[in-house]
Design a protein around this ligand. Structure first.
Ligand code: FES
Length: 161
């Protein structure tokens, strides 16, 4: 085991490589399975994939950055999407963003230090009549006010507060 992978369980990686390791052109399924197993594509795991398959890390990262489905950094358990499209913006989206950032101490990557939440800003989710809109995991909250939104988010992860 490589030294820098000691914090990761390598069993899922072994499974993926048993299945796809010998196949040419299997980079995308390998990355998909790794992301399913780890929640994102940890640099340490990509290094290990490279070591075991001979695929250069730069190629793995190149593919990962090309496709929007792949994430190279760890994301919070709950994904908050706040719409800042025109309708939502004029109806208060920036206040919702500021409230969520402050309440959960989100970092520059939009993720809380405890990895409970990640915030993404999106531009029009097609529900302008409900502006301002936030989508928490798969639930849509319309005409949402900052305090309400923070409260809803605390309810999403009640065991964690
Ligand atoms: S601008 Fe936010 S839903 Fe359309």
């Amino acid at each position: 085991m490589a030294e820098n992978t000691t914090t990761f369980d390598l069993a899922p990686l072994r499974q993926v490589l048993d299945q796809y390791g010998g196949q040419k052109g299997a980079v995308i399924p390998i990355l998909q399975h790794i992301q399913d197993a780890y929640g994102y594509l940890p640099k340490e795991i990509l290094t290990e994939v490279s070591r075991r398959t001979g695929i250069p890390v730069t190629r793995l990262i190149g593919v990962a950055t090309f496709y929007a489905q792949f994430r190279l950094s760890r994301r919070g358990k709950h994904l908050i999407r706040i719409c800042d499209g025109t309708a939502c913006h004029v109806r208060g989206a920036p206040k919702n963003v500021a409230a969520v950032e402050k309440a959960f101490e989100l970092g520059d990557d939009g993720t809380s230090p405890d990895y409970k939440y990640t915030l993404e800003i999106v531009y029009c989710v097609g529900s302008c009549g409900l502006a301002p809109v936030a989508v928490v995991d798969d639930r849509v909250y319309g005409r949402v006010e900052p305090e309400d939104l923070v409260e809803r988010l605390r309810e999403v992860a009640p065991e964690e507060h």
